[in-house]
Design a protein around this ligand. Structure first.
Ligand code: NAD
Length: 354
């Protein structure tokens, strides 16, 4: 097909990356997933796509310039989507080095390799090529109501995770301004959906509620987050990739601001309705724990420019999608129980993560 893309997707075995890979494969494109397979990767997914005729899997580190360059040279992508990252804030507080390495150094390695490849492309392919960097709204730090983040909000990251992502965003812009690499950048709010690693807030709370374990909520539970379904994020990423302006930044959010306490309460009610407990309502399990250091109070995205310029809008309603997600975790006990048994860091069992 003439519109077939060849997409190199770093971090394609992770929560969001795997959703992107599934989608673009079903849209008929060719994909190379480049992923180190850290604890966060979905190995079932890698096994699932291993036999796909338009999919190539390369296990590799984004910090490895030789393997990155040879993978790009042999796959010959029409675009690179860079999602590989260390992504969990609590882990970044306990051990920031891996975050600086993967998120900052790894992004520089990807940019250098993309630039060398792009410079040598024939003119016709050169104009179509994009390096799409996938980032987070956490780079902006906390914002007080009623303000929201705009593309020109100054960066003010609070955690080692968000600081490393902020650094990576700035490198991406520098490679555009200095070397002319055709980049697009997107910053998205918190994602939720099936197959998210169970250390993140929503899966953690669903699983703990099902197991009737204490539900640890940081501080007073009043921290506000904006939630977006991962499939809506995928829609937005494909809109940015195909219709975004070179050099531009797009903010992506769900317009679903709520406090962590409100969210955990909703999860309790859903789990009660689907798996009633003899011991009473799950809300009894909510337990407030010492706040995370540097915990941003509120994230809120103004995605109106993205909606206007790219014609994208979140399509999924939060409550209905959360209801479906609880069903998903109920039906996939074996999936998450295997992760808890094999790859879950028990130290983190007491922590709430958003
Ligand atoms: P994830 O932790 O689920 O997956 C990350 C993937 O990257 C894993 O498959 C892992 O094996 C891979 N990886 C890690 N280090 C690597 C390295 N050195 N080399 C190659 N691969 C490596 O993360 P996610 O939630 O899917 O997030 C993907 C991207 O989206 C990240 O860049 C993150 O900053 C960004 N993001 C996430 C959210 C969210 O709510 N999850 C929101 C906005 C932006």
């Amino acid at each position: 097909r003439s519109d077939e893309q060849r997409l190199l997707i770093t971090g394609g075995a992770g929560f969001i990356g795997a959703a992107v890979v599934r989608r673009v494969l079903s849209d008929g494109h060719a994909v190379c997933t480049y992923d180190k397979l850290t604890y966060a990767a979905d190995r079932d997914f890698v096994a699932e796509v291993a036999q796909h005729p338009r999919h190539l899997f390369v296990q590799g580190d984004v910090c490895d310039p030789v393997l990155v360059a040879s993978t790009i040279a042999s796959f010959r992508p029409t675009a690179i989507l860079h999602l590989a990252a260390e992504s969990h804030v609590d882990r970044s507080i306990d051990g920031p080095a891996a975050f600086v390495q993967t998120n900052v150094v790894g992004t520089q390695v990807m940019l250098d390799a993309a630039l060398a490849y792009w410079r040598d492309l024939p003119a016709a392919q050169k104009t179509g090529f994009r390096f799409h960097h996938i980032s987070t709204d956490e780079v902006f730090g906390s914002v007080e109501a009623p303000d929201r983040f705009h593309p020109d909000t100054p960066y003010d990251p609070s955690s080692p995770y968000s600081a490393s992502k902020a650094a990576s965003d700035l490198l991406v812009r520098a490679w555009h301004r200095t070397y002319g690499l055709p980049i697009v950048l997107s910053n998205c709010s918190n994602n939720y959906g099936p197959r998210q690693f169970p250390e993140k807030l929503i899966p953690l709370m669903i699983i703990k509620a099902l197991r009737e374990e204490p539900l640890p909520v940081y501080g007073d539970g009043g921290n506000v987050r904006d939630w977006l379904h991962v499939e809506d994020h995928v829609d937005a990423l494909l809109a940015v990739l195909t219709r975004g302006k070179i050099g531009a930044t797009y903010l992506i959010g769900g317009g679903t601001e709520m406090t962590n306490l409100d969210l955990v309460g909703r999860i309790c009610d859903l789990v009660d309705a689907k798996a009633p407990s003899e011991n009473g309502a799950r809300r009894r399990l909510i337990s407030f724990v010492e706040d995370r250091p540097g915990h941003d109070r509120r994230y809120a995205i103004d995605a109106s420019a993205t909606e206007r310029d790219l014609g994208w809008k979140p399509a999924r309603a939060f409550d209905a999608a959360l209801d479906e997600l609880v069903d998903w975790y109920l039906a996939r006990r074996a999936w998450w129980e295997a992760i808890l048994a094999e790859r879950y860091d028990a130290k983190r069992i007491g922590k709430a993560a958003a």
